[in-house]
Design a protein around this ligand. Structure first.
Ligand SMILES: Nc1ncnc2c1ncn2[C@@H]1O[C@H](COP(=O)(O)OP(=O)(O)OP(=O)(O)O)[C@@H](O)[C@H]1O
Ligand SMILES: O=P(O)(O)OC[C@H]1O[C@H](OP(=O)(O)OP(=O)(O)O)[C@H](O)[C@@H]1O
Length: 305
């Protein structure tokens, strides 16, 4: 432990969610970006073996503040955490990471007489997102209550709980809740439905305004960008008659441009192009329709785009 602490001064500090929904995805990104580390059992700091970086494993909720205050240089957390911590203007967003996607929604019991957010004005809301819920309902209160009503305590009451928010209505603690929804399973299991969306969120890579080693921050950002692009794209290769090549490259324009190489048979060329993984089946159908042959799809392990 003492060894690790003595080793921190020259290292870029990188905040990683220590548990919860973002943890595993963050570790997969580090692995893809070749950031190798050994974490001692129960230690929340790990030295990276092949770069001057120390990983600091922290609760996702705290990473926003640590990065804004400069206690760590770089971090991964949800956009929702940055807004809830009120530090958005003190950090620099670097990359959307494509995981941790969900929505912060206002939910009420399906059986309740309350069916729209205006019906919640003056009622009780339970949430882990006190700041965002307060902002949202303050605006509604202003619209629907006069100044006297607001002063006389008729405002919507926002109460904080740290977890199991979805149980609050059934327990009689709230008329509605503000919580995250991804698949909607938790919400439906609790007999709730969403009546408004406050915002959408996903995990991001972000940094302090004055990180200790800006060029290392750029290097890490490029590497992680490459890992994300590699997850999003596949490499498509096919053979096509020269007469049809312009039609084919409209279907697979590539990111910059497709690579076209001559085949031994002079009438045919090979085309290589990066395509979005989600569109690949449809693209293959179209290529086949115009006479492409030997259509192959290759997984990309890593890339720089
Ligand atoms: N169901 C979900 N689907 C996708 N992303 C989610 C989901 N729930 C939370 N997130 C994202 O993950 C972040 C961390 O949430 P999580 O509930 O994992 O926090 P935690 O408090 O660190 O963990 P735990 O709930 O285990 O204590 C949230 O701020 C949000 O950005
Ligand atoms: O729409 P769903 O796919 O069901 O996901 C939503 C749930 O996920 C989060 O909680 P999580 O399961 O991370 O546990 P927590 O309540 O301990 O934060 C969130 O607070 C919801 O309860």
């Amino acid at each position: 432990m003492a060894d690790i602490m003595n080793n921190l001064s020259d290292r870029l500090l990188f905040g990683i969610p220590k548990k919860g929904r973002l943890h595993e995805h963050s570790l997969a990104l580090l692995n893809g970006a070749d950031i190798n580390f050994y974490r001692h059992n129960r230690l929340d700091i790990a030295l990276v073996q092949n770069l001057p970086i120390a990983l600091v494993f922290l609760p996702a909720a705290d990473i926003a503040k640590y990065v804004a205050d400069g206690n760590v240089d770089l971090g991964i957390t949800g956009q929702d955490m940055i807004l809830e911590s009120q530090v958005d203007d003190r950090v620099v967003h670097l990359l959307e990471l494509g995981f941790g996607k969900c929505k912060l929604q206002v939910q009420v019991p399906i059986k309740s007489t309350i069916q729209k957010v205006e019906d919640l004005v003056g009622k009780r809301i339970v949430t882990s997102y006190e700041v965002l819920a307060n902002d949202y309902f303050e605006k509604l209160d202003k619209k629907h209550l006069n100044e006297n009503q607001r002063k006389e305590g008729e405002k919507t009451k926002i109460e904080f709980v740290s977890g199991s928010v979805e149980a609050a209505c059934a327990l009689g603690l709230a008329d509605g809740i503000v919580d995250l929804v991804e698949s909607g399973e938790t919400m439906r299991a609790a007999g709730l439905h969403a009546i408004a969306t406050i915002n959408s969120t996903q995990a991001i890579l972000f940094r302090n305004k004055n990180p200790s080693n800006p060029s290392l921050v750029s290097k890490i950002t490029s590497r992680i960008k490459g890992v994300i692009a590699a997850q999003k794209y596949v490499l498509l290769s096919y053979n096509i008659h020269r007469n049809t090549v312009s039609e084919a490259t409209k279907i697979t324009p590539g990111r910059q441009a497709p690579t076209i190489s001559p085949l031994e048979n002079n009438d045919w060329v090979e085309v290589q192009s990066m395509v979005c993984k989600d569109d690949v089946a449809e693209i293959m159908d179209k290529l086949e329709e115009i006479g492409a042959k030997d259509i192959l799809v290759f997984k990309i392990d890593n890339c720089r785009v």
